[in-house]
Design a protein around this ligand. Sequence first.
Ligand code: 2AM
Ligand code: CA
Length: 271
Amino acid sequence: MTDALHRELLQLAQEAARRAGELLRDGRPADLAVARTKSSPIDVVTEMDIAAEKLITDLISGRRPDDGFLGEEGASSEGTSGIRWVIDPLDGTVNYLYGLPTWAVSIAAERDGETVAGVVAAPMRGETYHAVRGGGAWATGAWEGERALACRPAPPLDQALVSTGFNYVAEVRTHQAEVAGRLIPLLRDVRRSGSAAVDLCDVACGRLDGYYERGLNAWDFAAGDLIAREAGALVGGRPGERPSRDLTVAGSPGVFEPLQGLLEEFGAWHD
Ligand code: 2AM
Ligand code: CA
């Protein structure tokens, strides 16, 4: 029964993510980054963002009227069913604005506070990632069928490729750069994709050994957290804690622990 419910939630999340992804992909003006018409480019992105969230919440509440919502664009309701949907309609907003391909729709279903299903659709990659709790992590692509995801066998930390992100607030970003500056000599190299949801899925795919970021909200990481864990990665916050605004860390076992320890030592969660 539980599994059947989680599968139903997954299928609904997949349909909503696919439709929102198509809306964002097909509705993006080709000249968005240089558009200077009646509204600014940022307004256009905000309109797309809001429209995508509305598409998702309308679809889900039409099928499951008693569920709650938490969405980046303001969806917030308690619901009465014990299920809450945590939605980022457009993760990687700045990439979307500039026409860079790394952006995604992220939808997670929580049951009594635990994420039980998650979908991250990345339309410009032609890939969608998904997981149900206890059911492994999977990717579907336009050019291949469904494939199981497994995080990378951990290399020594000095051979680890680790992604991170930087905050919109310049002072926070400056501190993040200081932390990254201490970390970089200890790693193989760093990446910065601009989408937390995609970074977590790249850990799940074995395309990154690790990822960390400060300042994320629940909708940025809810789906990617489950997908990474179901692919065998570890995901947390500060030592002993779950991912939070302070810190989100993910990595293959063997990379996660030393990375989390160094981030604690370097004070990655505060100025
Ligand atoms: P967004 O694109 O939906 O804003 C960028 O490093 C990643 O962090 C993106 O997933 C971005 O989500 C997310 N993020 C959330 N809050 C942020 C903030 N205050 N500053 C920068 N990035 C933030
Ligand atoms: Ca986001």
